[in-house]
Design a protein around this ligand. Structure first.
Ligand code: HEC
Length: 126
Protein backbone atom coordinates (compact mmCIF):
# COMPACT_ATOMS: atom_id res chain seq x y z
CA UNK A 1 0.00 0.00 0.00
CA UNK A 2 1.51 3.28 -0.94
CA UNK A 3 0.50 6.79 -0.20
CA UNK A 4 -1.69 8.20 2.46
CA UNK A 5 -2.24 5.32 4.82
CA UNK A 6 1.25 3.99 5.37
CA UNK A 7 3.12 4.77 8.56
CA UNK A 8 1.82 7.12 11.18
CA UNK A 9 -0.38 9.87 9.96
CA UNK A 10 -1.75 12.91 11.62
CA UNK A 11 -5.40 13.79 11.52
CA UNK A 12 -4.62 16.77 9.40
CA UNK A 13 -2.65 14.73 6.91
CA UNK A 14 -5.50 12.24 6.76
CA UNK A 15 -8.03 14.98 6.11
CA UNK A 16 -5.75 16.47 3.48
CA UNK A 17 -5.51 13.07 1.83
CA UNK A 18 -9.24 12.61 1.79
CA UNK A 19 -9.66 16.07 0.33
CA UNK A 20 -7.09 15.31 -2.36
CA UNK A 21 -7.79 11.64 -2.80
CA UNK A 22 -7.02 11.85 -6.50
CA UNK A 23 -3.33 12.10 -5.71
CA UNK A 24 -0.98 10.62 -3.15
CA UNK A 25 -0.69 13.01 -0.26
CA UNK A 26 2.33 15.19 -0.49
CA UNK A 27 3.28 14.35 3.10
CA UNK A 28 4.11 10.84 1.82
CA UNK A 29 6.78 12.39 -0.39
CA UNK A 30 9.80 12.72 1.93
CA UNK A 31 11.48 16.07 2.49
CA UNK A 32 15.25 15.77 1.94
CA UNK A 33 17.46 16.16 5.01
CA UNK A 34 21.21 16.33 5.63
CA UNK A 35 21.60 12.55 5.50
CA UNK A 36 19.97 12.53 2.09
CA UNK A 37 22.30 15.32 1.01
CA UNK A 38 25.38 13.33 2.03
CA UNK A 39 24.11 10.14 0.38
CA UNK A 40 23.23 11.96 -2.81
CA UNK A 41 26.49 13.88 -2.95
CA UNK A 42 28.48 10.66 -2.82
CA UNK A 43 26.86 9.75 -6.14
CA UNK A 44 26.40 13.11 -7.78
CA UNK A 45 29.05 15.49 -6.43
CA UNK A 46 27.06 18.64 -7.26
CA UNK A 47 24.00 17.38 -5.40
CA UNK A 48 23.03 19.22 -2.20
CA UNK A 49 20.08 19.29 0.18
CA UNK A 50 18.96 22.42 -1.67
CA UNK A 51 19.10 20.75 -5.07
CA UNK A 52 17.27 17.72 -3.70
CA UNK A 53 14.62 20.07 -2.35
CA UNK A 54 14.27 21.62 -5.78
CA UNK A 55 13.96 18.12 -7.20
CA UNK A 56 11.19 17.36 -4.73
CA UNK A 57 9.34 20.57 -5.56
CA UNK A 58 9.59 19.81 -9.26
CA UNK A 59 8.45 16.26 -8.67
CA UNK A 60 5.41 17.41 -6.72
CA UNK A 61 4.56 20.15 -9.20
CA UNK A 62 5.31 18.53 -12.54
CA UNK A 63 4.47 14.92 -11.91
CA UNK A 64 1.09 15.06 -10.19
CA UNK A 65 -0.98 16.46 -13.03
CA UNK A 66 -1.93 13.20 -14.72
CA UNK A 67 -1.70 10.59 -11.97
CA UNK A 68 -0.94 10.16 -8.29
CA UNK A 69 2.60 10.82 -7.18
CA UNK A 70 4.50 7.59 -6.80
CA UNK A 71 6.10 7.31 -3.36
CA UNK A 72 9.80 7.13 -4.24
CA UNK A 73 10.56 4.04 -2.16
CA UNK A 74 7.90 2.00 -3.94
CA UNK A 75 9.85 1.98 -7.18
CA UNK A 76 13.26 0.32 -7.56
CA UNK A 77 16.05 2.78 -8.22
CA UNK A 78 17.04 0.86 -11.33
CA UNK A 79 13.61 1.49 -12.85
CA UNK A 80 13.51 5.25 -12.30
CA UNK A 81 15.81 6.46 -15.10
CA UNK A 82 13.76 4.91 -17.91
CA UNK A 83 10.49 6.03 -16.33
CA UNK A 84 11.69 9.58 -15.84
CA UNK A 85 12.97 9.66 -19.39
CA UNK A 86 9.52 8.66 -20.61
CA UNK A 87 7.78 11.12 -18.29
CA UNK A 88 10.18 13.90 -19.27
CA UNK A 89 8.43 13.99 -22.60
CA UNK A 90 5.00 13.90 -21.08
CA UNK A 91 5.79 16.61 -18.55
CA UNK A 92 7.89 18.74 -20.94
CA UNK A 93 10.81 18.81 -18.57
CA UNK A 94 14.06 20.61 -19.19
CA UNK A 95 17.03 18.19 -18.88
CA UNK A 96 18.15 19.98 -15.71
CA UNK A 97 14.73 19.47 -14.18
CA UNK A 98 14.81 15.82 -15.17
CA UNK A 99 18.15 15.34 -13.40
CA UNK A 100 16.97 17.09 -10.25
CA UNK A 101 13.84 14.95 -10.11
CA UNK A 102 15.75 11.76 -10.80
CA UNK A 103 18.31 12.45 -8.08
CA UNK A 104 15.57 13.30 -5.66
CA UNK A 105 13.47 10.17 -6.23
CA UNK A 106 16.46 7.84 -6.15
CA UNK A 107 17.78 9.44 -2.97
CA UNK A 108 14.41 9.62 -1.23
CA UNK A 109 13.56 6.07 -2.24
CA UNK A 110 16.88 4.42 -1.51
CA UNK A 111 15.52 2.36 1.38
CA UNK A 112 13.32 0.24 -0.81
CA UNK A 113 12.16 -1.88 -2.53
CA UNK A 114 14.69 -4.36 -1.23
CA UNK A 115 18.09 -4.01 -2.79
CA UNK A 116 16.95 -1.25 -5.07
CA UNK A 117 19.72 1.15 -4.21
CA UNK A 118 22.37 -1.40 -5.02
CA UNK A 119 21.46 -1.52 -8.64
CA UNK A 120 22.49 2.07 -9.18
CA UNK A 121 25.14 2.39 -6.55
CA UNK A 122 28.60 1.88 -7.88
CA UNK A 123 31.22 -0.43 -6.50
CA UNK A 124 31.90 2.00 -3.65
CA UNK A 125 30.31 -0.58 -1.37
CA UNK A 126 27.59 1.59 0.11
C1 HEC B 1 0.91 14.34 -19.33
C2 HEC B 1 0.58 13.37 -18.32
C3 HEC B 1 1.70 12.86 -17.42
C4 HEC B 1 2.62 13.59 -16.72
C5 HEC B 1 2.78 15.10 -16.66
C6 HEC B 1 3.43 12.64 -15.99
N1 HEC B 1 2.98 11.37 -16.22
FE1 HEC B 1 3.71 9.68 -15.38
N2 HEC B 1 2.35 8.56 -16.43
C7 HEC B 1 1.43 9.06 -17.30
C8 HEC B 1 0.64 7.96 -17.85
C9 HEC B 1 -0.51 8.09 -18.84
C10 HEC B 1 1.13 6.77 -17.23
C11 HEC B 1 0.65 5.34 -17.36
C12 HEC B 1 0.73 4.77 -18.71
C13 HEC B 1 2.11 4.59 -19.23
O1 HEC B 1 3.00 4.13 -18.47
O2 HEC B 1 2.31 4.88 -20.41
C14 HEC B 1 2.21 7.19 -16.36
C15 HEC B 1 2.94 6.32 -15.58
C16 HEC B 1 3.94 6.69 -14.69
C17 HEC B 1 4.69 5.78 -13.87
C18 HEC B 1 4.48 4.27 -13.76
C19 HEC B 1 5.19 3.58 -14.88
C20 HEC B 1 5.17 2.08 -14.69
O3 HEC B 1 5.65 1.42 -15.61
O4 HEC B 1 4.71 1.59 -13.65
C21 HEC B 1 5.58 6.53 -13.18
C22 HEC B 1 6.60 6.03 -12.15
C23 HEC B 1 5.41 7.89 -13.58
N3 HEC B 1 4.39 7.98 -14.49
C24 HEC B 1 6.17 8.94 -13.10
C25 HEC B 1 6.04 10.26 -13.52
C26 HEC B 1 6.94 11.31 -13.16
C27 HEC B 1 8.17 11.15 -12.27
C28 HEC B 1 6.48 12.45 -13.75
C29 HEC B 1 7.09 13.83 -13.69
C30 HEC B 1 8.39 13.97 -14.32
C31 HEC B 1 5.28 12.10 -14.49
N4 HEC B 1 5.05 10.77 -14.34
C32 HEC B 1 4.50 12.99 -15.18
C33 HEC B 1 1.22 10.39 -17.61
C34 HEC B 1 1.93 11.45 -17.11
Amino acid sequence: MRGCFSGSISRIALLACLALSASACVSAIPVPDTTDGVWSQSRWPESTVASLSRGRALYVNKCSGCHSLYVPSTIAASRWPAMIEEMTRRANLHPDERDLILRYVITAGRSGPAGAAHSVVSSSGR
